[in-house]
Design a protein around this ligand. Sequence first.
Ligand SMILES: [Zn+2]
Ligand SMILES: [Zn+2]
Length: 280
Amino acid sequence: MRGAVGKGGLRLIATVPLEEYVAGTVQAEAGKGHTLEYYKLQAVSCRTYALANKRRHAAEGFEVCDGTHCQVFQGRNLQDTIRLATTLTRDLVVVDPDIQLIHSTFHSNCGGETMNADELWSGSETYLVSTMDTFCLNAPHATWTRSIPRSKWLAYMRNKGVDTDDSTAVATLTDHVPVCREIYLANCGDRVPLDRLRKDFDLRSTFFSMHPVGDQVVLEGRGFGHGVGLCQEGAMEMAKDGYSYYDILHHYFAEVHIVDLKSLDFFRDEDVNGQLLPHP
Ligand SMILES: [Zn+2]
Ligand SMILES: [Zn+2]
């Protein structure tokens, strides 16, 4: 532990061995009561994240912070299962086909279908592509319902330049069932991006149907979170069903490899042409 003078006063900087840091972040991020396999998945993800982001605070003189900006770390892990999961996956990280550490993004529940990253964010990665997911459909955050006053809903649409005078147009703004994930609110062209709408109305997800009920518009939604990458509740269910952390990572991230850190330079130097072998 050392001190450094930051903007608001003294900042404490701790030097923690990687594997101890991984176990600590798994404890803080995943919490108690999960299967060994789920903790293994979390350990590989936390390790990958830490190494992929270790330049994030370089200008401030350290590698990662201990808050949600990076990964929550509240000190040493004290749980045996997490320690075992960390040891059993020691040095393993997830890389893309170019042998770059992946950005292992996750969300609580995808509602049955994850999203393509490029439909939500400006950048895209080959491994952050939409996949169907039945594992999370009965999980705690699989569905949600919200009633919004029709007047408030239509005023918002009007503000976005959508025609709300015509009764046919209004009907389509309050009654719609998506067959799959959509990027814009139905029938509004690109005027109402669902991600913006989600933030403005504080919705759990962008994946919902809508029906008029009296003077309300009732949204019946699926999932919780942005929907890109790993669906945590689906992953927990897969782990309970006996899938390995390998299977789970491959289910949510397309064309990735799980490799030993020590072999990264070797693979980068060699033209492996997709011949990476999984670590036993
Ligand atoms: Zn940070
Ligand atoms: Zn899911």
